[in-house]
Design a protein around this ligand. Structure first.
Ligand code: DX5
Ligand code: ZN
Length: 217
């Protein structure tokens, strides 16, 4: 599959969210980081902001829920207009039921793993998912350094996806930039979240194009 780029609005100016969303027209997704100050030590935005963002841009929303009780909240993000909803397996009470509910409501179901969470216990869940997110930093903040030690997990996950013959997308999030995206692509990732590398650039739309062509090389 061709590489997809999902700019993270966490690194954007929150007072100008609609303009910042449109500044990356041409991106495959807009990555929306929802944090509740419980699952991670940071607080961002919730359902009403996602509803407004969905009206403000034609780019599909990729909501990354870094929250407790995703079983209760994730369906509301689909209703708010998200085309893809990612919950953390560490927080989900019933990941299979939740993935099925997200799909039944019409969005892509995605599950995220923190750096210390192994993929192997979840091999049998993969057919229930449309995307798996491997965090390449500890979730909570933008602008952190990419964790190279996650590359073997990306590689092992890609092998599991191939072994089961699945059409599962493999997303990486955290520290993805011009310096690190090729390593991620080589290891098997195909959806790339980039916050500071896109919104820290003088031309965010051009940064998206440059990252995509680097990942596709
Ligand atoms: C971190 C968030 C990321 C963050 C990435 O917990 O999940 O999506 O915005 O930011 P960068 O690309 O700057 O590491
Ligand atoms: Zn994220």
């Amino acid at each position: 599959m061709a590489a997809q780029i999902s700019p993270s609005i966490l690194s954007a100016d929150f007072a100008r969210l609609a303009d910042e969303a449109r500044a990356v027209d041409g991106a495959d997704w807009l990555h929306v980081d929802v944090m509740d100050n419980h699952f991670v030590p940071n607080l961002t935005l919730g359902v009403p902001v996602v509803e407004s963002l969905a009206r403000a841009t034609d780019t599909p929303l990729d909501c990354h829920l870094m929250i407790e009780a995703p079983d209760r909240w994730a369906p509301q993000y689909v209703e708010a207009g998200a085309s893809s909803v990612t919950f953390h397996v560490e927080a989900a009470a019933a990941p299979v039921r939740l993935a099925r509910e997200i799909r039944a409501k019409g969005a892509r179901a995605s599950m995220a793993l923190k750096p210390a969470t192994p993929i192997e216990p979840y091999e049998d869940l993969l057919p229930e998912l449309d995307m798996l997110l491997i965090m390449t930093v500890e979730p909570g903040f933008g602008g952190q350094a990419f964790l190279d030690i996650m590359l073997p997990k990306i590689r092992r996950t890609r092998e599991l996806i191939a072994k089961h013959g699945l059409e599962l997308w493999l997303q990486v999030d955290g520290g993805v930039s011009a310096e690190t995206i090729e390593r991620c692509a080589e290891a098997g990732a195909d959806v790339f979240v980039a916050g500071s590398a896109v919104y820290g650039a003088s031309d965010p739309a051009e940064a998206v194009r440059a990252l995509r062509s680097q990942a596709d090389e």
